[in-house]
Design a protein around this ligand. Structure first.
Ligand code: PMP
Length: 369
């Protein structure tokens, strides 16, 4: 067997010895580890997707609409209806998942010689995409309770003068929402220090008790709100993320996007899903109440729970979180060990899946009171 590996190749120095993103994809009865929506798409939507894709298939000999104008118009309408702030297609850009949106933003506003800062623990792909785009990464602080400590965050921004600042609200993996005053204070700090681009990652906003901070875009061309259809729209397999920002930001990301990056099949599928946004947002309401039930029952079992505005709950504390993860897995339930010492994260599933998880959590508490 050859022992030849990545590090024997002439790869970039900053990739040596690193691991890829790797949430386990295990075949277990209850999978509550990647913040997916547990509800399959409703059958009428599946039919509509088939119809739209059939139409798109007739033109697959041609490249797709490079600017995805129809899709951006529909996404803008969705944001205008639900976000409390009017946006048009010129304010919206879409890509293959919000991960690609973030990658395009870092290719445009980060890159070699530049830095990005996020407040950790937070979404691990922010730092991984920074690395992939040659952007230096700065880990900013959070308070003990995982909320944003605004003065400490302002100090980190002033000290490091990053080119890009990530604010994730609700935050993954903690579920913590960031209040508008805090976002504004950090935006001001970032402008005073550099000025820099502030990316407000609202991947989970539809699950929040509070509203989207989309209205903060008014008069702030250096602010970007990023969104996804992977969570609330129940379409993680689709790969469709988008952003809302000043039209100049949309123009700027054109400089790095690959031509025809969004396939015609992908655009057709996303358009079909947007026709069903009301039905899909109905599932969000169910998931919000299941999320609240999970939090309440975990609390009643004696776990500590971080207040959540997302479709998941962070719970603990464990002396050995990985061992706790393993014993929950041994009971057929896959949750997530994000490497936050003492804590695990469970995604809200169907009521039956959540019951199975709570049963495993109860048994674990009995074994390790
Ligand atoms: N942002 C946050 C905070 C996330 O948790 C995720 C997915 N886990 C994403 C962005 C990326 O989602 P996608 O690429 O599926 O749109």
């Amino acid at each position: 067997m050859s022992t030849f590996g990545i590090d024997d190749l002439p790869v970039r120095d900053e990739l040596r010895g690193k691991s890829p993103y790797g949430a386990p994809q295990l075949d277990v009865p209850v999978r509550l580890n990647t913040n997916e929506n547990p509800y399959p798409l409703p059958e009428p939507l599946v039919e509509r997707i088939a119809e739209r894709v059939r139409e798109a298939a007739r033109d697959l000999n041609r490249y797709p609409d490079r600017n995805a104008v129809e899709l951006r118009t529909r996404l803008a309408a969705y944001l205008t209806e639900t976000g409390g702030y009017p946006v048009g297609p010129e304010n919206v850009w879409a890509a293959n998942g919000s991960n690609e949106v973030i990658q395009q933003l870092l290719q445009t506003f980060g890159g070699p010689g530049r830095t990005a800062l996020g407040f950790e623990p937070s979404y691990s792909m922010h730092s991984l995409i920074a690395r992939g785009t040659g952007t230096g990464w700065i880990s900013g602080p959070r308070a003990e309770d995982f909320s944003l400590d605004v003065p400490a965050a302002e100090r980190a921004i002033a000290e490091h003068r990053p080119d890009v600042v990530f604010i994730t609200s609700p935050n993954n993996p903690t579920g913590t929402a960031v209040p508008p005053e805090a976002v504004l204070a950090l935006f001001e700090a970032a402008q005073a220090a550099k000025p820099s681009l502030v990316v407000l990652d609202e991947a989970y906003i539809e699950f929040s008790h509070g509203d989207s901070l989309l209205p903060l875009l008014e008069g702030r061309p250096n602010l970007v709100v990023s969104r996804t259809m992977s969570k609330a729209f129940g379409a993680a397999g689709l790969r469709l993320g988008y952003l809302a920002a000043h039209p100049a930001v949309v123009d700027a990301v054109q400089l790095v996007r690959l031509p025809y990056h969004l396939s015609a099949v992908n655009q057709a599928t996303a358009l079909a899903a947007l026709e069903f946004s009301d039905t899909l947002l109905g599932y969000v309401e169910r998931l919000k109440s299941e999320r609240d039930r999970l939090a309440a029952e975990l609390g009643a079992l004696g776990y500590e729970v971080t207040p959540s505005d997302a479709n998941f709950v962070q719970f603990g504390r464990f002396t050995d979180a990985h061992e706790a993860w393993r014993s929950i897995l041994d009971r057929g339930v896959l949750v997530r060990d994000n490497g936050v010492p003492g804590w695990l994260r469970v995604t809200a599933g169907t009521p039956a899946e959540n019951d199975a998880f709570l049963e495993a959590a109860r048994a674990l508490k009995k074994d390790h009171p």
